[in-house]
Ligand binder design. Structure first.
Ligand SMILES: Nc1ncnc2c1ncn2[C@@H]1O[C@H](COP(=O)(O)OP(=O)(O)OP(=O)(O)O)[C@@H](O)[C@H]1O
Ligand SMILES: [Mg+2]
Length: 369
């Protein structure tokens, strides 16, 4: 049938700022198809971001500006995130008949009770959720109470982030929370993973440059998240020592691949020990005891993300030693790829772009065609 309504192509940038780098990804959405248009990854100077919070908005902004100049995306609309560790979340119950302004006033009163810093130094956001985490639609269906998710963060953290984006020439549309971006990306990838369990516990192991994060997801919700000091920098150090070369040359050698076994193996072994320890910590945590049932004793799947998960042979070593199906995340299996992108480079960079992908995808939540 002839359609009177033309679909419009929408573009969105996902911006992921970590302690060591900035990742910028442009996606477009058209006729229910997602396409990767451009992307860039740039290193950050030391101390520009500390503990996943922007300390120096001008330096971070300058890094962003150079990336924009380089990739020239066709939008400046950006979704970025604060780290999960910078926010406090609470589920509260509220009267469903409240108007938005009444809700806002009550939220501030509620937040004041569990936040220890002065309320005028806090950024607060909230979302109405039903038990299924779907937004509650008709109030008549739920006349009395509704669950509301309250998210609070230091105002300064949000302001520094916004200021970095503005210095970089970007227009911040949504400030999300990193965990939510990962949840979104995992839920989109889930049909493409070889999952056998009907209701799996998925461990997302993000191996970055200096940090490794273990997040455990159940039904697309993060039930546990913890950072460990371990990352690809250790392999870079190993390469520097082995070949007696500079840091930059070692990074290049690492990305080129074909490293000798005596350099790769110690790193793989340490990675395996670190991840095993992280999993044991999870198993002994309250989160695990709360969520596990007699049928549900173990992590069913390990999804590796972060730049260092591209290390040769790492996924298979982990799968063998941890006795759990493991794969390296490629968020782009669900997208098409613009011809001007270098496919080989993207294949290596894909697992590091998982958060940026989850962020940009939020821009298409309400996309219609
Ligand atoms: N193709 C590759 N093979 C192996 N390692 C790689 C590859 N590409 C990038 N890396 C490594 O990945 C690391 C960067 O990963 P990522 O971008 O996920 O880290 P980050 O989020 O910036 O750091 P952190 O989380 O520690 O703050 C670096 O150590 C880099 O050398
Ligand atoms: Mg990281």
């Amino acid at each position: 049938m002839f359609s009177l309504f033309r679909s419009r192509k929408t573009h969105m940038l996902g911006l992921d700022i970590s302690s060591s780098s900035v990742k910028l990804l442009e996606l477009s959405y058209f006729n229910s198809r997602v396409q990767i248009e451009t992307y860039a990854i740039a290193s950050l100077p030391d101390q520009a971001v500390v503990e996943r919070k922007v300390q120096d908005p001008v330096q971070v902004g300058e890094t962003i500006r150079l990336m924009i100049e380089h990739i020239q995306p066709s939008t400046r609309n950006t979704i970025t995130a604060v780290s999960g560790a910078s926010v406090i979340t609470r589920k509260i119950q509220m009267n469903a008949s409240l108007s938005p302004s009444e809700m806002e006033a009550q939220i501030i009163v509620e937040a004041d009770q569990f936040i220890t810093i002065p309320i005028n130094e806090v950024a607060i956001d909230f979302e109405v959720i039903s038990p299924s985490t779907e937004p509650v639609k008709p109030v008549a269906d739920n006349p009395k109470k509704q669950d509301v998710l309250l998210v609070a963060c230091r105002l300064e953290t949000v302001e520094h982030l916004q200021s970095a984006l503005e210095h970089g020439g970007l227009s911040p549309k949504i400030i999300d929370v990193e965990n939510y971006a990962i949840e979104r990306a995992v839920s989109l990838l889930r049909p493409h993973l070889n999952l056998e369990a009907a209701d799996p516990l998925i461990a997302v192991v993000d191996i970055g440059a200096a940090l490794t994060n273990l997040s455990v997801l159940h039904r697309d919700e993060t039930i546990y998240s913890r950072d460990q000091i371990f990352g690809g920098k250790q392999l870079t150090d190993g390469i520097m020592q082995h070949f007696n070369i500079s840091y930059a040359a070692a990074e290049t050698a690492k990305k080129k691949g074909g490293l000798p076994r005596e350099v790769l193996q110690p790193f793989q072994q340490t990675a395996q020990q670190q991840i095993n320890r992280a999993l044991q910590l999870f198993y002994s945590s309250t989160a695990y005891r709360l969520y596990s049932s007699p049928r549900h004793r173990h992590i069913d799947y390990i999804l590796l993300t972060g730049g260092s998960s591209s290390t040769e042979g790492l996924a298979s070593t982990l799968q063998t030693h941890l006795k759990t199906p493991t794969s390296v995340a490629n968020p782009f299996v669900i997208a098409s790829i613009n011809d001007r992108i270098n496919r080989a480079a993207l294949d290596h960079d894909a697992p590091a772009l998982m958060t940026a992908f989850g962020l940009a995808m939020r821009g298409f939540n309400n996309a219609t065609d």
